[in-house]
Structures are given as C-alpha cells and as structure tokens.
Design a protein around this ligand. Sequence first.
Ligand SMILES: Cc1ncc(COP(=O)(O)O)c(C=O)c1O
Length: 378
Amino acid sequence: MQEQGWGRARVLEALKATRDEDYTFVDGEILGSMCTAPHEIAVAAHAQFLETNLGDPGHFPGTARLEVEVLADLAALFHAPQGAAGRIVSGGTEANLLACLLAKAATGKSQVVLPASAHFSFEKAARLMELDLVHVPVGRDGRADVEAMTKAVGPKTALMVAVAGTTELGLVDPIEPLAWFCQENKLRLHVDAAYGGYLLPFLADAGRTPVPFDFSLPGVWSLSADPHKGGMATIPAGALLVRDGHAWDAIAVASPYLSTRTQSTLLGTRPGAPVAAAWAVHRHLGRAGFASVAETCLDNAAYLAAKLRGLGVEMVAAPELAVVTFRHRDPSALQQRLQGHGFRVNLVTRMGAVRIVVNPHVSRATLDRFLKALPACL
Ligand SMILES: Cc1ncc(COP(=O)(O)O)c(C=O)c1O
C-alpha cells in the first residue's frame, strides 16, 4: 500500500481506466457467460442495501424478510411442498456444496452419483468433504443416462445429481425417471438448476413443451437455481431449496455472538444487497416478465442455431435452452479471431467446440453483428 492516500477523484479515475480494460455484457461483448447484465432495478436495489449482512440478520430484519420472500417465490415457482426450506447462497457452487453436505449429514454416506456433464463445483465438494464421486458417462444425446445412473447407485450412495441446464450444452437431464428411481429407492436427488432455474418454469408460457424437473416430482429432494444467472440479480446470489426443511438442522453451526443461534450456509457474513436485487427483479418482472425474457432468449438461441447451421456449422447438440455450442477444428483460434471483432465466446475444450449462452443481454442485433463477423473467422 502506498504511504499517502490518493484523492477521491484520482481513485475513481484509476478505477474507471481499469474497468475500461474489462469486457461488458451490455455492449454485447460477452457472449459465452452463464451470467448476464444485472437488471437495472437490481442495480438500484443493490446500491440501497450495500451494508446489509444476512449473517447477522438481527441488525437487518428488513433485509432478512426479503430473503424469506425471495425463497417463498422460488419455492412456489418450483412447486416445493409445505415444510420445504431454503437459503440464499453465493451461487451455484455453494448450493451444490451444501446439497452434498446436507446429504452426507443426513445419511452418513459419502458417495455421489452424477452425470459426467455435471458442473465442476462437485469436484470442489469432493475435495472438501472427501466424497467419492461416481461420474457416469452421459448418453449419446448428451443427457444423463438413466440406466447407467441407476446401476451406479449402491449402498454407499448419499446423493444422486441431475442437471437442469448443463453448463456446456444447456441440456436438461431426464429428471422424471431419475426422480422416480430415487423415490422408490429412498435416495436423495439433487437437481442442479443453477442455469435452467429461471427458464424451465416458463417454458409453457414461452410456447414450448414443459419439462418436469422440480419438486412436483416426489423424488426430487433438493434444487438449486441462481438469481445471479437467469434471475438478473447482482452477483453473488444463488439459492438452494430442500424438500424437508429440517435437513438444514443437521449442518447448522452455533453462531454464539451473532443475532442468530445457528448458521447453515458456508458464508458467515452474507451480502444482503444481491438478495434485495433478486427481490426487486422478482417484484418488477413477475411471472409474466420472466416468461417474456425466457421466450426472447429461447427464440434468439433458436435463431442463432438456425443461422449457424446455414453457414455449415455443426452443433454439438440441438439447443434445448439458450446455450448454443458448435464444433470447430480449432476452437482456440476461432475464439481469438472473434475476440479481434470484440466478441468473447467460451471454449468447450473437451468437445472441440465454442459456446455461446444467449442470455438476456444478448440481443438479436448483437447476434446479427456476430453472424456478420463470423464467416471471416471460421
Ligand atoms: C449447472 C451449473 N451449476 C453450478 C454452477 C456454478 O455456479 P457459480 O459459478 O454461480 O458458483 C454453474 C456455473 O456456470 C452451472 O452452470
């Protein structure tokens, strides 16, 4: 740290110059991220709640109520039954870690059966909790292979995982048969809807065929969804809901000097600002608003995929949600060339592919600019 402090203007100028080095969502530069530009009302709400700490909610009863209300919205959206309970967490990773911790605490077992397409956050869970991860190869369609998943289960299994919107392809696993299997075999099923959680509930409103994925399936034990992805809240905001709310007691840690008796999230000090942001977007958009955003994203993804096919580009899988992943003989070189045109796409190295996530900030105009630049880069 330098000896003397800088004036305010100098600090802010330095920060502005630094921020200008970053790419942005709003200018349509970032095309491969699971996150998106926070909604304008989320930004305003976040600014109002900057000092709030949900780790010590006695000081912030208003903010604590917002958490309860966001969770109630999500419980209703995902058809959670009476008695379910959730927590707002820092994102999809914390939600997956907690789902594993809850299952391990409830069963005393440490094996997790999951499709090979599951997010790498489970690797972190495995390291932290000494879990035995059984990665099951996906089927030819890129989704969890039901038969192979059920065969992988054994007496040591604490948890099965299914993904509702995979990170690489945006595919939804066949959750219904997996949930029935788990129900019949008294096994816990965690649905990772970090990405799909704000799209799947609106498929019917968006003119698509609904896909069962949530607590309406009796075998679904827990479900995560990220307000800081499709919920257009500010970072960091994830959510984990558990069918049997009492399950949280098993991982609760006494927090003696705070205004709660216990905590059961990984974070201690927990930001209230993104929770206020999520609440603001929920109230401002309502179901109809989210459905309209979902429809636009799905339509734009279908548009992009059709145009890419027209250019002779091969999709890894037909887009189910709003992830468009296509093969290229040299994805890194393509990524570099696109960056030269101001577009940041992500690599899916193990598939020799490039990924675009058609999130709310990715407009039709942006896609048209991208499609104009693409042929010279291919
Ligand atoms: C399916 C899925 N689960 C979990 C995560 C992790 O979420 P986060 O990066 O918010 O921790 C992601 C991130 O992209 C994801 O796609």
